[in-house]
Design a protein around this ligand. Structure first.
Ligand code: DGJ
Length: 725
C-alpha cells in the first residue's frame, strides 16, 4: 500500500519510490504537511504553521479567527480571508464568488481512473478527497496518484456543480502545493523558434512569479514547467521540485512568495480568457500536473520525470521500442522535388542502416510549390511532383526494405485550398474580421466534431491507402481569433480548453486507427513539446535548428523534463542552413544520435565513402540505443555555462554507459577537461575500449578521466563503457 490514512491523526501518507507526500485534515480543511524525501509515517502535526499566513485577524461568527487563512492548504479558495493565489474561483447564482469546500470523505483506489478527454499518466494508486460547500452545492475532488517506480506525485482537481443553479468557473486550476520557506530559485524553460527551451533561473521573491501561454498551444515561449530549486542546489546536489503540466493549450504556473515567507505553487488551465459554465450536475476536469522531487539536484529531478514519463505517460507500444533511423527530404529539397529526386535520395542511403524515408511538406494539393497554397488538401497528391500518386513511391520504398513516413499538418488550413473553398466555415474566424494568417494558414475549429470527423476520415484514408508506416505531424501556427461557430455566446470563453479537448480527440482517433504507425510530433520545430503531446507521440521534432552546436543547448534544456528518446534529432547538411557553421559529420552525428535520430539532407549526393561513414555512425547508434531508450541521464557539463556539453547515460543495472563529451569553440585555453563519472557501481570494473583501459567504478567516479580535445571547433569524444568480470 503506497497510500495510507491514519484515522487518529487524520493524516494521509502517500509514498512514491523515494518520496513521501503528507497532509491531514485540520477540522475539515486539508492541511499540507510535507512533500520531500521518503520519511517514516510518524506524527507530523508539529508541522502545522500557526499565525496568519495571508491575512490579519478575520473571524466568522463564533470562531476566533479563520482557520483556513492560517493553513498551508491543499486547496486555496477565494473570498473568505485567504488572499493567497486561489486554486479555484466559482461564481454562484447570486453573483457572489465565494466558496468554502470542506472535507466530506475520501477513497483510496488501487488504480487511477482514466480521465475523460485529457491525456494523463496511467495507473498508480490514487487518493481522492471529496470536499463540498453545503451552502452552494459546489464540490471539489482532489486526486493524488503515486508510483512505486518514480519520484513524482500526479495531482489534479475535478470541480462539480451539485447545486441547483448554474455556476461559472472563473478560475479552475489543478492544484495548490504549499512549500516551506521561500529560499528557492525558480527555473523556467523559455525560448522561441530555433531557440527552444533555454534555462533561466531567477530568485524567488515576495509576490507571484508566473509563467504562462495564451496561445492555445503550450508553445516554445515558455514550456509548461517550473523548477523550484532550493537555493544552493545544483545539477547534482540539493532539494529540487519540478512542476510539469500535462496540457497543451493556454496554461499558467505560479509560485507565490507569501507575506510569511512561504511559497505556494499553483496553476493549470490559464484563467485569462476563461470562464466555464457549469450547469447543475456537470463537472469540469482539470489537467494533470506531475510534481517531481529530488534530493539529488536538478539531475535527479530530470531522472524522476524521465522515469515517470517513460513508465506511465508515453505510448507503451513505442516508448521502449527501437526507433527508425530516418532520412527526411525537407532540408534536402524543401518544396522542390519529384519522384526521380526522391528515388535518388532513397537510393543514396542504401547500405547505411537508414531504414525509413520521410516525405515532408509539399506532396499534396494541386499546386503546393511553397507555403502559400494547398494546406489541408490531403485528398489530392500533387500531380506535377508525383504523377502516379503516393503509391508508386510507397512501393519503391518498401521494395528497398525501408519504411515510408509522410508529413501532415492536419490542424490548419490554407485560404487557397480545396478544403477552405468547400468548407469555409471550418476555419476559426469571427464574422466581419479578416482571420489572422500564420505561415499563410488559418487554424481549424477543432472544438467542432464535424471538423474533426472530416480530418479523421481524410488523414486515415491517406495512411491506409498508401501503407504509411510513420507520420510526421506538424503544427506551424498558434490560434488567433479564438471563437467557435459551434458555441453559444456565453460559452465562447471555454474555447481554449475545448480546443485542447478537440486536439486530443483528433490525435487519439487517428493514432488509435493506425496502431502500428509511429507518430512523430512537430510544431514548426519544437514549439509544442509538452507532456500531453508526448502521451500520443513517442518522439517530437525538437527544433528546426539542427546545427550541432545549437542543438547542444536545445537538447540540454529539453532534457530538464523530457527523456532522450522523446527528442527527435537529425544530422543536417553543412554549411548549416540557419547558422552557416560547418562541424564534421562525426560531430553532427554524435549530437543527433542522443535521441530518436535521422538525417535531413540530400543523400543523393552521398559518395561511397560517406555512405560507409554514415553506416558506421548508425551501427554505433544501434549499439547504444538501449541506453537512449532506457538509461539514466547524468548531465556533466552545461553548454549554457561553458563551451562543454557532456552527457553520461548509464543503464539501470549499471553494467553499461556511454559518455559523449563535446567541446564547442576552441578557445585555446580549453583543450583539456576533467570528467568525474556518476551513477556507476563503485565496486564494478568497467572496460573503456576507446582508452584501452579497465577501471573500477570508484576510480571513474572519484579520480575520473581527463580528456584533451583537438585544436578545432565543434569536436567531441565518445566512450562506450561496459562492466567486466
Ligand atoms: C516545420 C517543420 O519543423 C519542418 O521540419 C518541416 O516539416 C516544415 N515545417 C515543412 O513545412
Amino acid at each position: 500500500m503506497s497510500i495510507q490514512y491514519h484515522a487518529e491523526r487524520k493524516c494521509f501518507y502517500l509514498d512514491g519510490k523515494d518520496v513521501t507526500y503528507a497532509f491531514r485534515l485540520f477540522e475539515k480543511h486539508p492541511e499540507h504537511l510535507y512533500y520531500g524525501k521518503k520519511i517514516p509515517h510518524e506524527d507530523l502535526n508539529h508541522l502545522h504553521i500557526t499565525g496568519a499566513l495571508s491575512t490579519g485577524w478575520i473571524a466568522f461568527g463564533e470562531e476566533e479567527t479563520c482557520p483556513r487563512c492560517h493553513l498551508q492548504s491543499e486547496l486555496i479558495t477565494y473570498g473568505r480571508g485567504d488572499y493567497r493565489e486561489p486554486c479555484v474561483q466559482v461564481q454562484n447564482a447570486a453573483g457572489d464568488r465565494l466558496s468554502e469546500p470542506l472535507y466530506v470523505g475520501h477513497e483510496i483506489l488501487p488504480e487511477k481512473p482514466r480521465m475523460k478527454g485529457l491525456p494523463s499518466m496511467a495507473g498508480g494508486e490514487t487518493l481522492v478527497v471529496h470536499l463540498r460547500d453545503d451552502l452552494t452545492g459546489f464540490e471539489v475532488d482532489l486526486y493524488y496518484t503515486v508510483y512505486d517506480d518514480c519520484d513524482v506525485i500526479a495531482r489534479r482537481a475535478v470541480y462539480r456543480n451539485a447545486g441547483n443553479d448554474t455556476k461559472f468557473l472563473r478560475r479552475a486550476y489543478s492544484f495548490t502545493l504549499p512549500l516551506r520557506g521561500n529560499n528557492y530559485d525558480i527555473l523556467s524553460l523559455h525560448g522561441a523558434w530555433v531557440r527552444e527551451r533555454r534555462m533561466e533561473t531567477i530568485p524567488m521573491h515576495h509576490g507571484v512569479v508566473s509563467i504562462d501561454s495564451k496561445k492555445h498551444s503550450s508553445s516554445d515561449e515558455l514550456n509548461p514547467f517550473m523548477g523550484v530549486l532550493t537555493r544552493g542546489s545544483d545539477e547534482h546536489h540539493g532539494n529540487v521540485y519540478g512542476v510539469s503540466l500535462v496540457y497543451s493549450s493556454s496554461y499558467v504556473l505560479k509560485a507565490e512568495g507569501t507575506m510569511n515567507d512561504q511559497t505556494i505553487l499553483t496553476g493549470g488551465v490559464n484563467d485569462f480568457d476563461f470562464t466555464w459554465k457549469l450547469e447543475p450536475g456537470e463537472e469540469f476536469e482539470t489537467p494533470e500536473v506531475v510534481i517531481a522531487f529530488s534530493s539529488e539536484g536538478l539531475g535527479g529531478m530530470s531522472r524522476a520525470f524521465h522515469d515517470a514519463y517513460r513508465n506511465h505517460l508515453i505510448n507503451p507500444r513505442f516508448v521502449r521500442k527501437s526507433r527508425p533511423i530516418v532520412i527526411n527530404n525537407w532540408e534536402g529539397t524543401y518544396f522542390d522535388f519529384n519522384f526521380e529526386k526522391l528515388k535518388a535520395i532513397i537510393d543514396g542511403v542504401e547500405g547505411t542502416g537508414i531504414d525509413t524515408f520521410v516525405l515532408d511538406d509539399g506532396w499534396f494539393g494541386e499546386n503546393r510549390v511553397d507555403e502559400k497554397t494547398g494546406l489541408g488538401d490531403w485528398h489530392i497528391v500533387n500531380q506535377n511532383k508525383l504523377p502516379g500518386g503516393l503509391k508508386p513511391l510507397a512501393d519503391y520504398i518498401h521494395s528497398k526494405g525501408m519504411k515510408f513516413g509522410l508529413w501532415f499538418e492536419p490542424e490548419n488550413v490554407g485560404p487557397d485550398s480545396d478544403l477552405n473553398r468547400t468548407h469555409p466555415d471550418f476555419a476559426i474566424r469571427v464574422e466581419g474580421r479578416k482571420p489572422g494568417l500564420g505561415r499563410w494558414t488559418m487554424s481549424l475549429d477543432l472544438t467542432r466534431k464535424d471538423v474533426r470527423d472530416y480530418l479523421v476520415e481524410t488523414v486515415n484514408r491517406v495512411i491506409r491507402e498508401n501503407d504509411i508506416d510513420y507520420v510526421k505531424w506538424d503544427y506551424n501556427r498558434c490560434v488567433t481569433d479564438p471563437y467557435s461557430l459551434g458555441l453559444p455566446a456565453d460559452r465562447q470563453a471555454e474555447f481554449a480548453y475545448r480546443y485542447a479537448l478537440g486536439v486530443y480527440d483528433l490525435f487519439e482517433r487517428i493514432i488509435n486507427a493506425n496502431p502500428d504507425v509511429i507518430f512523430e510530433g512537430c510544431a514548426g520545430g519544437g514549439s509544442r513539446f509538452d507532456p500531453a503531446v508526448l502521451h500520443y507521440f513517442p518522439q517530437i521534432w525538437t527544433s528546426d535548428n539542427s546545427d550541432a552546436e545549437e542543438r547542444t543547448l536545445i537538447q540540454y534544456g529539453t532534457s530538464i523534463v523530457y527523456p532522450l528518446s522523446s527528442m527527435s534529432c537529425h544530422v543536417s547538411d553543412i554549411p548549416h542552413h540557419n547558422t552557416n557553421r560547418t562541424p564534421s559529420m562525426a560531430t553532427r552525428a554524435a549530437i543527433a544520435h542522443l535521441g530518436a535520430t535521422g538525417y535531413e539532407l540530400d543523400a543523393s549526393k552521398f559518395t561511397d565513402e560517406i555512405r560507409a561513414e554514415v553506416a558506421g555512425y548508425n551501427a554505433e547508434y544501434r549499439a547504444c540505443e538501449d541506453l537512449i531508450l532506457n538509461g539514466d541521464l547524468y548531465r556533466l557539463d552545461n553548454p549554457m555555462e561553458s563551451p562543454f556539453f557532456t552527457y553520461l547515460i548509464v543503464s539501470k543495472d549499471k553494467n553499461e554507459a556511454v559518455l559523449v563529451a563535446y567541446r564547442g569553440l576552441d578557445r585555446l585555453g580549453n583543450p583539456s577537461h576533467e570528467y568525474l563519472l556518476r551513477g556507476l557501481d563503485p565496486n564494478k570494473n568497467y572496460r573503456v575500449e576507446e582508452l584501452d583501459k579497465t577501471m573500477s567504478g570508484a576510480v571513474l567516479m572519484n579520480a575520473g578521466i581527463y580528456l584533451r580535445f583537438a585544436h578545432y571547433d565543434f569536436t567531441f569524444k565518445k566512450f562506450h563503457i561496459k562492466a567486466v568480470d
